[in-house]
Design a protein around this ligand. Structure first.
Ligand code: SF4
Length: 627
């Protein structure tokens, strides 16, 4: 079935064929596809025909709303009729009944879901408290299905349309899901077991009839570590204590109350800070917390377990009572109990227990080093496709996730090679101990000034830290250039960042100062002349924290090369992501300059040395000026 909606670019047909084969064989496929390959449309064309022929569903996992929108657009363009349903996780903002209530704004999807059940509950007269839900239950689903099939509204327009018709967008999409051919959802719909169970029941098919596409797959290992990591802070302890006092400080064991327990937990955290926290974190002995709690409270491990249980029940009671009052069904005592369970249940083989943060708000953290247990679900699907522009080395990705005998392919970008030059200078190093050494630092400023003075194209400077950004600005790297300058600031709200980004994109000859590995260097597109020169100041190696050392040791034992998995590969991906901002179409041209001689240790970046940066830049950009 040929459903490709455009004229094939070179290699696209080959990629679609590769994906189709893998799906037909029920295999997992791992693909690095360079710029211009059309990852979304090729993924859909490789998976949808088999899904349609075999009554399967394509589950398209995206990280951002704009990627989800792209899936809807490309599904609409296919030369076949498909029902594509985009759905996001629940939030108070997405619910028309809760949106106006600021006290609900911080609700987690689980809390909002519980509150929603309360709104949906019918009273003794059979009346439901939520008119949107009532209307949705009586909706003409066939009509909505055909509307989605013919109009293919983008996610935001679809939500608005449903709300204006007094329907609940979330519930309506759930009801339409059994008829869907493609469902575009965020990662948690597959990788958080409780959410996946619900999602699978709405779809009405078992995992063996699902084909999963993981978009921007290079993010997956870190994401899976995160979803299996738990932490608990000093601030959360204060909230649990306050809640206990508001509820009469209930007893949890023979004269010991919740607030007694919190005091001891707090003392234990302070002790961890004093004894183990160095800079960002510190590793704790495996049973540090349990031993301290037992000895300070004078109880056995069995009693300690009973206290957790008692606190969980108290928390459930508080959350339930709040739910009935239409408040967030939240209990800080309950959250503390759940964290303590998670802490005690985490096996020391793949988890490391840490104290993290700073003196003001330290936290206990049980950090999961291994993404593969959370990735196991992937082996239960008919097949899975992992796509990214920066996935190399594919073998490491496969090993890290424990994927089952996947097929793999690397497809280079299809745009003319000469449109992109990647240069580096061996005059400087950004090793932390050397970057501010006088000689090195003055060479660095000279190189940046040279590039900014001999070109007048839109330029991004990617810094390894705000510290270096501020220091170089204070030292005058921007002086006398007479060019507009834009900044990514620490903690900038997303909306403000997007304003900066949009203004920069629309400008000419401007300079953008931002953070390597930050929100701008990954995921945002700079088409055409919006960005032509990217200067990357340093290699984004991760900080040598206790967590990183533990991870490196773990990978040393597992694969014999911890450094590669924890430093070389992530740093290479971050640099390639930043470079990827330059070329988004076949007419885009640009230069990336890595200012750090250590880039020679990252062969996948593919940088060539420049002896004369000014000359090379002028030569590259004069070609366009002449043409
Ligand atoms: S059914 Fe929909 S509109 Fe009603 S409370 Fe639940 S999420 Fe909100």
């Amino acid at each position: 079935m040929d459903i490709f909606p455009y004229e094939f670019r070179p290699k696209q047909a080959e990629l679609v064929h590769f994906i189709r084969n893998s799906v037909e064989q029920g295999r997992c496929a791992v693909v690095e596809a360079g710029t211009g390959m059309g990852k979304t449309v090729t993924s859909l064309c490789g998976t949808v025909p088999y899904a349609l022929d075999n009554d399967m569903r394509v589950i398209y996992l995206t990280r951002t709303k704009s990627q989800q929108k792209q899936v809807v657009r490309e599904a609409a363009a296919l030369k076949v009729d498909v029902l594509c349903i985009p759905i996001q996780g629940r939030s108070a903002h997405s619910c028309p009944m809760m949106r106006g209530d600021q006290s609900l704004a911080s609700g987690t999807s689980e809390e909002i879901s519980k509150l929603c059940s309360e709104f949906k509950r019918r009273d003794e007269n059979g009346t439901c408290q939520c008119p949107y839900y009532e209307n949705t239950c009586n909706a003409d689903l066939d009509l909505w299905e055909s509307k989605l099939r013919t109009d293919h509204p983008e996610p935001e327009a679809l939500n608005t349309m449903l709300e204006e018709g007094m329907f609940c967008p979330y519930e309506m999409l759930k009801l339409l899901m059994p008829g869907a051919d493609v469902v575009a959802v965020p990662y948690p719909f597959v990788f958080v077991p409780q959410i996946f169970d619900r999602f699978a029941s709405w779809l009405g098919v078992p995992p063996s009839r699902m084909i999963v596409v993981v978009d921007e797959a290079h993010n997956l290992p870190d994401y899976l570590r995160e979803v299996q990591t738990y932490e608990y802070s000093l601030v959360a302890m204060d909230l649990a204590e306050k809640e206990a006092m508001e509820h009469g400080d209930p007893e949890v064991h023979e004269g010991l109350t919740v607030s007694d327990f919190v005091s001891v937990l707090r003392e234990t955290l302070y002790l961890a800070v004093r004894e183990y926290l160095i800079d960002d974190d510190g590793m704790l002995p495996p049973y540090f917390m349990e031993d301290e709690l037992m000895s300070r409270l004078g109880v056995t491990s069995v009693v300690l377990g009973r206290m957790f249980k008692a606190m969980e029940e108290i928390g459930d009671g508080i959350a339930e009572a709040r739910k009935l009052r239409r408040k967030l069904p939240r209990s800080y005592i309950g959250s503390m109990a759940r964290f303590l369970y998670a802490w005690s249940d985490c096996g020391n083989d793949i988890y490391v227990k840490l104290v993290v943060g700073d003196d003001h708000n330290p936290r206990f953290q049980t950090y999961c080093m291994d993404p593969s247990p959370a990735a196991e679900v992937l082996n239960s699907f008919h097949s899975s496709l992992h796509m990214s522009g920066t996935l190399k080395p594919l073998d490491s990705y496969v090993d890290e996730l424990g994927l089952d005998e996947p097929v793999r392919v690397t497809m280079p970008g299809i745009f003319p090679e000469g449109n992109l030059r990647i240069l580096y200078s061996d005059e400087v190093t950004m090793r932390y101990e050397d970057r501010f050494r006088e000689e090195n630092y003055s060479r660095l400023t000279r190189l940046v000034r040279t590039a900014l003075m001999c070109t007048r194209v839109n330029t991004a400077l990617f810094f390894p830290s705000y510290e270096l950004m501020n220091r170089m600005v204070d030292d005058g790297i921007l002086e006398g250039l007479n060019r507009d300058v834009y900044f990514e600031r620490k903690g900038m709200p997303q909306s403000e960042l997007m304003e900066v980004f949009d203004e920069f994109r629309m400008s000419e000859g401007s300079i953008l100062l931002c953070i390597l590995g930050g929100r701008i260097s990954e995921g945002l597109d700079f088409p055409d002349k919006a960005l032509e020169l990217a200067m990357i100041l340093g290699i984004p190696y991760p900080k040598p924290t206790a967590k990183l050392r533990a991870l490196r040791r773990y990978y040393d034992i597992r694969f014999g090369d911890g450094n590669r998995f924890t430093s070389t590969i992530p740093a290479t991906r971050k640099i390639r992501q930043a470079i990827g901002r330059l070329i988004r179409s076949e007419t885009d041209r640009g230069v990336a300059v890595v200012l750090d001689r250590r880039v020679v240790n990252l062969p996948d970046v593919g940088a060539e040395m420049t002896d004369d940066l000014g000359y090379d830049l002028e030569a590259f950009f004069s070609v366009r000026r002449r043409s």
